[in-house]
Ligand binder design. Structure first.
Ligand SMILES: [Zn+2]
Length: 245
């Protein structure tokens, strides 16, 4: 069995943790998306309620106008009956004028009712088509939500399996290094980086000569500027430099 250097074991652990982190982030984003789905449904329902309100409001207006129209119709009718018993010409024309007023008012109200009826029909149609759309959307959201929940379950299982596996990586690292790493891993994405051209490849801080000597003997040291773990790998340095120029 090849004995790996500390920096190699640390890198293995970092790579492993990155896999777990990726899965965890995926769970978070899926959960957020699922929450959005869940929030959409009440919003759609509220929108539908608004449409219904327009329609019930119109219906109320129509009901009250119909009552008014009926009152004027009755007024007109009773005046007409009176008219039949009046002999005096002056009284007759006064009553006839009053009757005309009542009729005009009734006609005006009836026109308004017709207009409201037209609006009511439109509002009803709109409401019904929105309601049908909502039913379809709700079905889609519910289906989508189930898929997302399944996905989260699957990812969680994958993480559980990985967490059991993690010990085989962390066991290879001395306790004090492990503690240092655990402290750092949440603050940076790349806790261990190679030295390239005599500098930390993350923050470009120059590594002291004596530190570089230690690193070249397969050691690991924290960068004096950014505190990331530094290691030295001749092969990696060569390929990184080649890629750069
Ligand atoms: Zn650094």
């Amino acid at each position: 069995m090849v004995i790996k250097a500390l920096w190699q074991n640390l890198k293995d652990l970092v790579d492993f943790d990155k896999k777990v982190f990726k899965l965890t982030s995926e769970i978070d984003s899926t959960k957020k998306a699922a929450d959005q789905d869940t929030n959409q449904i009440p919003k759609l329902r509220a929108l539908l309620e608004d449409k219904k309100l327009v329609w019930t409001h119109l219906q109320k207006n129509i009901d009250s106008l119909e009552l008014d129209a009926k009152l004027f119709e009755e007024e007109e009718k009773s005046k007409k009956e009176k008219l039949d018993h009046i002999k005096n010409q002056k009284e007759y024309s006064a009553l006839e004028t009053e009757m005309g007023h009542a009729r005009n008012k009734r006609i005006k109200i009836e026109n308004q009712i017709t207009e409201y009826w037209y609006q009511l029909e439109q509002a009803k149609n709109e409401y019904e088509s929105e309601r049908d759309k909502l039913v379809q959307k709700e079905e889609l959201f519910t289906k989508d939500l189930l898929t997302k929940q399944e996905h989260i379950k699957d990812l969680t299982q994958q993480i559980d399996v990985l967490n059991e596996e993690r010990k085989t990586f962390s066991d290879k690292i001395p306790a004090d290094w492990l503690t240092k790493y655990e402290r750092m891993k949440h603050s940076v994405d790349d806790p261990i980086v190679p030295v390239v051209n005599g500098s930390c490849s993350a923050c470009y801080y120059t590594v002291l000569y004596q530190d570089l000597l230690k690193l070249k003997k397969s050691g690991v040291l924290p960068c004096r500027n950014c505190y990331r773990f530094l290691y030295y790998d001749e092969e990696e340095e060569k390929s990184l430099l080649q890629a750069k120029y």
